[in-house]
Design a protein around this ligand. Structure first.
Ligand code: ADP
Ligand code: TMP
Ligand code: MG
Length: 217
C-alpha cells in the first residue's frame, strides 16, 4: 500500500489466476513473503472448504506454506478483515460467493493491497465462481499455466478431473476438494469433458438460415 501526496493510502486489487498446479499459491506466497520482508502487515484468508494439506495454512503443491485464516464466505472475510493490514490476501477465491467481488473492491478502495488467487476455470472448462468478475475488476492480472500431464507442453490452462482414472463427466458436482488423487493439468487439446455441450456453434445458425427457403421476393 502506497501513500499518496495527501497521505491517503492507495489500494489495489491483484489477481492470480490459472489451472491447478500452475503456481498460484506459490506466487501468492512469494508476494506475501516479500511484503513481510518489507515489514508490511499481512492478513491471509483461505476458503475453509479447502483443507487438503492444512486446515489453516495456505499450502502449495510443492509444500511451501504460510499461515492463514480459514473463512467460510465473503461475509466472514469482510467481518474479520484487519483495517490495519497493508496487504490482504485470499487463496482459493473460486470457492467464495459473488460477494467476494464487492469485499475485495471495498478493501482496495479503503487503501489495502488486495491479492486474490484462484482457479479461473472449473473441471468443465467453465468460469469458476467470482473469478471472472474479480479478473475484470483487477488492477493487475497474472494468468499462469502448468505443464500438460498428457503432452508435456508448458501451456496447460485447464484442469482435468479424473474419476477412477477416467475423465469426469460434465454433470459431476462442481466442488470436489482434492489434488493429484483426482486432478491433473492439461492443455486445451487434451482436456476432456464427456457430455459437455458445445459452447459455441455459430455455424449451426448460419447453416440453418442458408437451408431455410427465403419467404421474400
Ligand atoms: P496452484 O495453487 O496453482 O494449484 P501451487 O502453487 O500449489 O499451484 O503448486 C505449483 C507447483 O506444483 C509447481 O511448482 C510444481 O512443483 C508442482 N506441479 C505439480 N504438477 C505440475 C504441473 N503439471 N505443472 C506445473 N507444476 C506442477
Ligand atoms: P489449487 O488450484 O490450489 O490446486 O486448488 C484447487 C482446489 O479446487 C482443489 O481442492 C480442487 C478443487 N476443484 C474443485 O472443487 N472443482 C473443480 O472443478 C476444480 C478444477 C478444482
Ligand atoms: Mg493453490
Amino acid at each position: 500500500m502506497r501513500d499518496s501526496p495527501g497521505n491517503e493510502r492507495i489500494g489495489s486489487l491483484e489477481l492470480i489466476a490459472g489451472c491447478m498446479y500452475s503456481g498460484k499459491s506459490e506466487e501468492l506466497i512469494r508476494r506475501l513473503r516479500r511484503a513481510l520482508i518489507g515489514r508490511q502487515r499481512v492478513q491471509v484468508f483461505k476458503a475453509a472448504i479447502d483443507d487438503r494439506y492444512s486446515a489453516v495454512d495456505v499450502v502449495s503443491h510443492d509444500g511451501q506454506r504460510l499461515s492463514a485464516l480459514p473463512v467460510r464466505n465473503a461475509d466472514e472475510a469482510w467481518h474479520r478483515s484487519d483495517g490495519g493490514a497493508d496487504v490482504i490476501a485470499v487463496d482459493e477465491a473460486q470457492f467464495f460467493d459473488a460477494a467476494l467481488v464487492d469485499v475485495c473492491e471495498e478493501l482496495a478502495h479503503r487503501g489495502h493491497r488486495v491479492i486474490a488467487a484462484g482457479l479461473d476455470l472449473d473441471f468443465r472448462g467453465e468460469p469458476f465462481g467470482p473469478m471472472p468478475m474479480l479478473m475484470a475488476r483487477a488492477d493487475s492480472l497474472t494468468k499462469l499455466t502448468a505443464v500438460c500431464a498428457v503432452c508435456g507442453a508448458p501451456t496447460a490452462t485447464r484442469t482435468q478431473r479424473l474419476v477412477g482414472g477416467l475423465p469426469a463427466s460434465y454433470s459431476a458436482p462442481l466442488i470436489a476438494v482434492g489434488a493429484t488423487d483426482m486432478y491433473e493439468a492439461r492443455c486445451r487439446a487434451h482436456h476432456e469433458v464427456p457430455g459437455r455441450p458445445r459452447p459455441h456453434a455459430p455455424w449451426q445458425a448460419m447453416m440453418q438460415a442458408a437451408a431455410t427457403p427465403s419467404t421474400t421476393g
